[in-house]
Design a protein around this ligand. Structure first.
Ligand SMILES: Cc1ncc(COP(=O)(O)O)c(C=O)c1O
Ligand SMILES: [Zn+2]
Length: 438
């Protein structure tokens, strides 16, 4: 019943969209069903009308000499548009008004490596440097181009916080109206960021899964006419933005695959698309083919995927989230089963850490590398530590850990245990008495 209802909703979206048959989105050729392979014209649809599997962008990727493609990429702008030949965006994308995220730092984290006992090279891909300080700017940038192509006038999303800010900002830059939906009880920093750009912000009395369900209803209703929901009816395009993390990591490693990656999971989209990006680089001959392992990271208080992984299940049972890592608090992750496949296929794992370990890991990263991560970054660093202790992650191999957001967004998580070393009167005697000199 439910499958059928949602599938017809997706078809409804296609019918109401403007002139989708003539849409030109670079190398994107069609949408194809991840489950049954059926193909559809490019349009604002997200579920297969036959089997309700998720739709993905299928490409006619550039064929020819990998070296000249590398040179073309390297000569491109210092943002995700350097990879435009591999993305569902118009060829003149760099000239359009967009926040132009990406090409963030890949930090060689030698001090963190020493603390964790990693000898094979440890890197932090630091996406806190994006325009709204999380990796969500990547996915939104691609969705904006799709929204433009399909003639939407309002940008929208269901969000655990970061996406709301990214959509609010990108909509302003690109000239869309925006209306974003969040659970009512998010961190103050994320609420302010989502509101400050001046679009509409709606708090929903419920958790993220309630917000998402509400947005799916809105898409099927005339009330949602003309609205592009970046992570619902534009989800196939949105997801492609995460591939740019795979491209950047490999380019920044000198066009090489890392041996291991540790990636946070909320819906699981980022992890599955990074895997897709790595496979594309291999297929294009841009990197040498070799095995790589993908590890997923969750918070114990919202760990449906790691629970399924550890139990050896293929089905991800929904949970009610209760964790300080609110950006990862999706109890019913859409891409959960695909994450399980990828972790198992590549020889990786999915692990979780509790709230105390998350805070400790945030402080560890800050203390060793001068990087202040939001709680999601604490989850990945904490899980990396645990995976090494448990012998699942090989410390002698090249490892990339993702920091997907900025610690200033989740100050509350560390505020209770972080404060001045001393508060003194403004004179030298008081400073001497505090015992800090030298
Ligand atoms: C900071 C941060 N990291 C990671 C994720 C995980 O994203 P995904 O839903 O693609 O798994 C999110 C999702 O909101 C996020 O906000
Ligand atoms: Zn299908």
């Amino acid at each position: 019943m439910r499958r059928k209802g949602l599938a017809s909703m997706a078809v409804h979206s296609t019918e109401t969209a403007a002139n989708t048959s003539s849409v030109a989105l670079g190398p994107a050729a069609a949408l194809s069903c991840r489950e049954c392979g059926e193909r559809f014209d490019l349009g604002p649809i997200f579920a297969c009308a036959s089997c309700f599997g998720p739709l993905e962008v299928a490409y006619d990727l550039p064929s020819g000499d990998p070296e000249s493609l590398k040179k073309q990429i390297e000569a491109g702008p210092d943002n995700i548009w350097r990879y435009a030949p591999l993305l569902p965006v118009p060829v003149d994308v760099a000239d359009k008004p967009n926040l132009n995220p990406g090409f963030t730092k890949l930090v060689k984290a030698d001090r963190l490596a020493a603390e964790l006992g990693v000898t094979g090279g440890l890197y932090v891909k630091d996406d806190s440097g994006n325009p709204t300080h999380s990796f969500k700017d990547r996915v939104v940038a691609i969705a904006v181009e799709a929204a433009r192509a399909f003639g939407f006038t309002t940008l929208s999303c269901s969000s655990t916080g970061n996406l709301a800010g990214a959509v609010g900002a990108a909509a302003r830059r690109a000239g869309f109206k925006s209306c974003v939906f969040i659970p009512h009880d998010l961190e103050a920093g994320k609420v302010v960021m989502a509101a400050v750009y001046g679009g509409d912000l709606v708090g929903i009395e419920g958790n993220y899964d309630d917000v998402n369900r509400f947005c799916s209803e809105l898409i099927g209703d005339p009330l949602g006419e003309g609205w592009g929901f970046v992570n619902v009816n534009l989800r196939p395009y949105y997801g492609e933005g995460s591939k740019t993390l795979a491209y950047e990591i490999c380019e920044q490693l000198g066009w090489q695959l890392p041996d291991q990656l540790v990636i946070p999971i909320a819906s699981g989209s980022q992890l599955t698309k990074i895997d897709k990006g790595l496979k594309e680089l291999i297929a294009l001959g841009l990197v040498e083919d070799k095995p790589y392992k993908i590890f997923g990271a969750q918070a114990e208080g919202c760990s449906p995927v790691s629970t399924a992984f550890k139990a050896g299940h293929d089905v991800v049972r929904p949970q009610k989230p209760m964790t300080i890592a609110k950006s990862l608090a999706i109890g019913n992750p859409a891409d959960g089963p695909y994450v399980l496949d990828i972790a198992r296929r590549t020889g990786g794992a999915v692990e979780d850490v509790d709230d105390e370990q998350i805070v400790d890991a945030i402080k560890l990263l800050a203390r060793t590398e001068g990087i202040f991560a939001e709680t999601a970054g604490g989850v990945t660093v904490g899980v990396t530590k645990k995976l090494i202790e448990d012998g699942l992650l090989d410390p002698s191999l090249t490892t990339v850990v993702l920091n997907t957001g900025d610690g200033l967004k989740t100050l509350d998580a560390v505020a209770p245990t972080s404060g001045p070393t001393a508060t003194i009167r403004p004179n030298l005697d008081a400073f001497r008495a505090a015992g800090l000199a030298g």
